[in-house]
Design a protein around this ligand. Structure first.
Ligand SMILES: [Zn+2]
Length: 304
């Protein structure tokens, strides 16, 4: 009888233990779980940039989609980081973007000077630079070979290039453009932007001025040179993502359709950017990604 009583007690204890475990699992799932439920999106918006990229690696989403979500819909760390960076880069260039005085709207924050360009009308809107990806503004010294300070007539297209110097950084290429100022090389070349293989965006020429990159289209285009690790000219994931962000922002800021993103090849037939000339399908993908990114700008900020 005593033995029976004991085994009964053991059974009751076991059942109680199992029930406790079940309750614990249920509470855990209900309150902290849901990686496959509706909370997934907000969770992914708050994971670190590194994690987000790793997560995306196995998916066929737009490269850097997580960052887009962060920047355009969330208040995550990376978004506030880039806002701070924007603020510091404008400070670097000696601008006064946020001054209430209406006159400041006529100052190009990239140069700290009046725009003096047909593009200056864009800058009447003091929000012109909203959503602009983080840039390292390293303007070239004004000179006739790489920064002639010729005003741009209009922005009709964004032209994508590759630097054709495997392994070089954005600053290497920027410094090369700077070196042309002596005229000793007898060559004219520059670009508004250069993107490193790590995704750093270096700006060499202000948006209101002509850069010497796209031949007879210099007067009405913005140029982006992309660095690459090897001879194939394929962009790294970081370069690609920064290129998508910057290109989409330029389309948004200058109110042009993402259809107006072209290759240097489309201007002169030159093999530039070579990887995207030799792989038209990859070029189509890149344009589709710019388009998606552009749509996110429009969704977030409207049509300006
Ligand atoms: Zn080119």
């Amino acid at each position: 009888m005593n033995k029976r009583k004991n085994s009964f007690a053991i059974i009751i204890t076991c059942i109680a233990a199992v029930l406790l475990i079940l309750v614990f699992i249920f509470i855990r799932m209900f309150f902290f779980g849901g990686t496959s439920s509706g909370t997934a999106k907000s969770e992914s918006a708050t994971v670190s940039r590194q994690d987000a990229e790793t997560e995306n690696a196995g998916q066929t989403v737009l490269v850097g989609e997580a960052d887009v979500i962060d920047e355009l819909t969330g208040e995550s760390e990376s978004a506030s980081e880039s806002k701070e960076a924007d603020a510091s880069s404008s400070a670097e260039s000696g601008s006064d973007e946020s001054a209430p005085d209406g006159a400041s709207a006529f100052i190009n924050p990239e140069t700290g000077k009046h725009w003096n360009s047909p593009l200056e009308r864009y800058f009447y809107d003091e929000d012109f630079f909203k959503g602009c990806p983080k840039r390292n503004i390293q303007l070239l010294t004004p000179n006739e070979y790489s920064r002639p300070q010729t005003p741009i007539d209009e922005v009709n297209d964004i032209v994508i290039h590759y630097v054709d110097q495997p392994g070089s950084t954005a600053m290497d290429n920027r410094n090369y453009f700077e070196s042309l100022k002596t005229g000793e090389e007898g060559r004219s070349a520059s670009s508004h932007f250069i993107i490193s293989t790590d995704g750093e965006i270096v700006q060499c020429v202000p948006l209101g001025e002509v850069a010497y990159a796209s031949n007879h289209r210099n007067h009405d285009t913005i140029s982006i040179e992309c660095c690459h690790p090897d001879d194939t000219g394929e962009f790294t994931k970081s370069t690609y993502k920064a290129c998508i962000d910057l290109t989409a922002w330029l389309c948004y800021a200058f109110e042009i359709s993402p259809d107006h993103v072209i290759r240097h090849y489309d201007v002169t037939g030159k093999d530039c950017p070579i990887y995207y000339v030799r792989h038209p399908d990859k070029w189509a993908d890149l344009k589709a990604d710019v388009s998606k990114r552009y749509d996110k700008y429009v969704k977030k900020y409207g049509y300006g």
